[in-house]
Design a protein around this ligand. Structure first.
Ligand code: ZN
Length: 303
């Protein structure tokens, strides 16, 4: 499927920032999907591919994992969303939104009112009032509900857009183009560009509102243009790690990395930037992508 929508390059910061602004972050769990354990943590040994294929096709070895999204409250920009969670329609069946095959193996599930638009409304925020949505990457469990934010400006890396929209074998690589091929306002950040600078232990970051409150940190490897998001709280930063690691133990080196990412070398390098950040700021929160235990005990709000 050819993608018709064209993103615009984001050359400058988005409007609305305030010098010295700090934000609050509210994690939202917007559904669950089945991940085979062997796809999250490398089981080692030879015949890795065969074993992975077997794990993916055998639902017994799968674990139901949370699909997080994050509401960032910025004092002058307003509500900013990171990733979109599962689409509201999944509460009554996922085959249309996820597609037949991904629905069969991913088994997405969502409670009524668990989707992000419902959770925002419960907090008094209409989805149309969300000016900006940052996408860590466009894998289908993150892009599922993009359609629910037609009035928002979407920001993601140019490398991620390129691979998701124009790469070969999108569905094998975790993309569902129908989720994002919409006449929406997409802005791409070129992490080779002039607006990019380093921040703390991160080599390539983009200061989204020019006030240091929300930074995209380029952490590719899991996917071609994956980003983490560094949020400045009153105390230490809150880092939305995205899928740079699935499990908390992978950040701490207690668990092996996932097998067969988009680029294993880039993934290790990105994870190293997160690990160095963790070592330098041990009190800072760095969220893993889909760790059931971690999200079962996460606080509702950080500021
Ligand atoms: Zn992913």
């Amino acid at each position: 499927m050819a993608v018709h929508v064209e993103p615009q390059p984001l050359n400058g910061v988005l409007p609305g920032g305030t010098r010295g602004a700090t934000v609050a972050v509210e994690p939202l769990i917007a559904g669950h999907v089945d991940f085979p354990r062997a796809a999250m943590v490398d089981q080692g040994g030879s015949f890795k591919t065969l074993r992975l294929a077997r794990a993916i096709t055998s639902s017994k070895a799968a674990e139901s994992v949370p699909v997080p999204a994050f509401l960032i409250r910025h004092p002058s920009v307003g509500p900013v969303l990171v990733d979109t969670g599962l689409h509201p329609s999944i509460a009554s069946g996922g085959s249309e939104n996820f597609g037949g095959l991904a629905n069969r193996f991913g088994r997405p599930s969502l409670q009524a009112d668990e989707d992000v638009p419902s959770q925002l409304r419960a907090k008094g925020i209409e989805p149309r009032q969300v000016p900006v949505v940052v996408m860590t990457h466009l894998h289908l469990d993150h892009s599922s509900a993009i359609s629910e934010f037609p009035a928002s400006t979407f920001v993601l890396s140019a490398a991620e857009w390129q691979d998701a929209a124009h790469g070969s074998k999108p569905s094998l690589n975790g993309y569902r183009r129908a989720h994002f091929d919409l006449a929406f306002d997409y802005r791409t950040v070129d992490f080779d560009g002039e607006a990019v600078g380093s921040y703390a232990t991160f080599g390539r970051t983009f200061d989204l509102f020019g006030d240091g409150s929300v930074r995209l940190a380029f952490t590719p490897g899991h996917s071609a243009g994956h980003c983490s998001v560094v949020c400045r709280l009153q105390g230490e930063d809150f880092v939305i790690g995205g899928d740079a690691m699935y499990m908390e133990g992978q950040l701490e080196g207690r668990e092996p990395l996932p097998p067969r990412p988009f680029d294993a070398h880039m993934l290790r390098r990105s994870l190293q930037e997160l690990r160095l950040f963790h070592a330098q700021f041990p009190g800072a929160v760095i969220t893993p992508g889909h760790d059931p235990d971690y999200y079962s005990r996460i606080a509702p709000r950080f500021e």
